[in-house]
Design a protein around this ligand. Structure first.
Ligand code: GAL
Length: 416
């Protein structure tokens, strides 16, 4: 005979488990371009598949400065989201405030220590405890080119040095097209700048100038050469570039209005969303002079301390999903990046991603692997912000001499 009281208990247990198993997860990010939105939609799908409710907290603005401002006000008001896109040394700053959740239970159960390069795992930890989950590895030192435009202009191959680049850009100009699609926002100016530092100075110089912020390197003759080269690139951009979003600059290369763009491989997410094929419609190549180096940018989500049990469960599921093979594959196929999780099958990835993956491993051995300063990987957010402003001022004001530009960037680098 059916024991009603036993049944009632069983139902109560199931209901309680159901309540604790599902929760809302509010996620702050700045992934609003075509390729970015498609990528983040995959995470939403996975979380909804687990029964959770996804509360999207998107703050537009490439590079994430606007998102970080909004995040600060939410945390100060005592109302943080479950997770926020926070990267590099910024993770340590937030953890020091005591607002981040400890993800060790998930990390242990999922064996994160065995699945991540140690250097990446260390960035995700504060005082030995995981407080963030990594999503991907973006390579920043890429140059994107429209294959048809290069052909039209008589450029046989992607330029490998800055001299070759300027020769190619002259040909594009002569063909009546825009040589460099540039989005004029400070973080985009800074993205191009770090390519030039790396391409002109090499990875040891990049480490000294952009990671150690060594004054000798920052005021050296090499830095003068960097600023001269950087300024010359500007002469190949169109007058409408100030204020332009990065993805609109990518669209100029996709549509054949422009030949080149210097941008990290989130740009590839735009080519992919537009159904363009690498090697056929467009070319991915290392930025001039940076073939043996790799500026990395690891996106990650830091998790905030929450009180509600359902929300905590959803947050733990989010962390586990982010490091899961399903998400690491589908997200990165759309995003243009490569999985951060080790030993992933790269069969479905295109040649640009395969090249990125190969170069990531090779440069880690050779010493050519360097953190992107323009994307929050190299220095404290305050030093990064000050240098970014100085670089952008120099880019935007042709009246600032190279000597003064060098001085103001070196001075900005003393910001702590
Ligand atoms: C970077 C971020 C990328 C991409 C890009 C443009 O800082 O790491 O994932 O979103 O900004 O928005």
């Amino acid at each position: 005979m059916l024991n009603l009281s036993k049944l009632a208990t069983a139902v109560a247990v199931v209901v309680a488990a159901g309540a604790a198993a599902a929760g809302e997860v509010e996620v702050l990010h700045w992934w609003t371009s075509g390729g970015e939105a498609k990528s983040v939609a995959e995470l939403k799908k996975i979380m909804e598949g687990k029964g959770h409710t996804w509360k999207d907290f998107a703050v537009a603005g490439g590079g994430g400065d606007a998102a970080m401002t909004v995040l600060k006000s939410r945390v100060v008001a005592g109302n943080p989201p479950a997770a926020a896109q926070i990267k590099g040394p910024g993770i340590q700053e937030w953890a020091r405030e005591g607002v981040l959740a400890n993800l060790d239970a998930t990390a242990k159960a999922e064996q994160w220590d065995n699945l991540l390069p140690k250097g990446v795992a260390d960035v995700m930890k504060y005082k030995g405890n995981y407080v963030a989950a990594p999503v991907n590895v973006h390579r920043v030192n890429w140059m994107w080119a429209n294959a048809e435009v290069l052909k039209k202009a008589g450029v046989a191959a992607a330029p490998k040095t800055w001299d070759e680049f300027f020769a190619a850009a002259d040909k594009v100009k002569a063909a009546g097209l825009i040589a460099v699609a540039h989005g004029g926002q400070n973080w985009q100016d800074f993205t191009t700048f770090e390519d030039v530092v790396l391409g002109v100075g090499g990875s040891k110089f990049y480490q000294d100038a952009m990671v150690k912020l060594d004054q000798k390197a920052l005021t050296s003759a090499t830095m003068t050469k960097v600023l001269e080269t950087f300024r010359k690139i500007k002469t190949y951009t169109d007058p409408a570039s100030p204020g332009r979003d990065w993805n609109l600059a990518t669209a100029m290369v996709i549509d054949g209005r422009a030949a080149f763009q210097f941008m990290g491989d989130w740009a590839k997410g735009e080519f992919t969303a537009a159904k363009k094929m690498p090697g056929k419609d467009y070319i991915c190549a290392a930025a001039p002079g940076t073939g043996n180096a790799y500026t990395f940018n690891v996106d990650s989500f830091a998790m905030f301390k929450l009180k509600d049990a359902g929300a905590q469960k959803a947050q733990a599921d989010l962390a586990a999903s982010i490091m899961g093979t399903q998400f690491q594959e589908v997200f990165n196929l759309n995003k243009g990046s490569i999985p951060v999780r080790l030993n992933m099958d790269m069969a479905k990835f295109d040649d640009c991603a395969k090249m990125s993956s190969k170069d990531f491993v090779a440069t880690a051995k050779s010493g050519g692997l360097v953190p992107s300063i323009a994307h929050g990987m190299a220095v404290s957010p305050s030093a990064e912000g000050a240098i970014k402003d100085a670089v952008s001022q120099f880019w935007n004001d042709d009246k600032i001499s190279v000597a003064d530009g060098v001085k103001s960037i070196a001075k900005a680098a003393t910001t702590r």
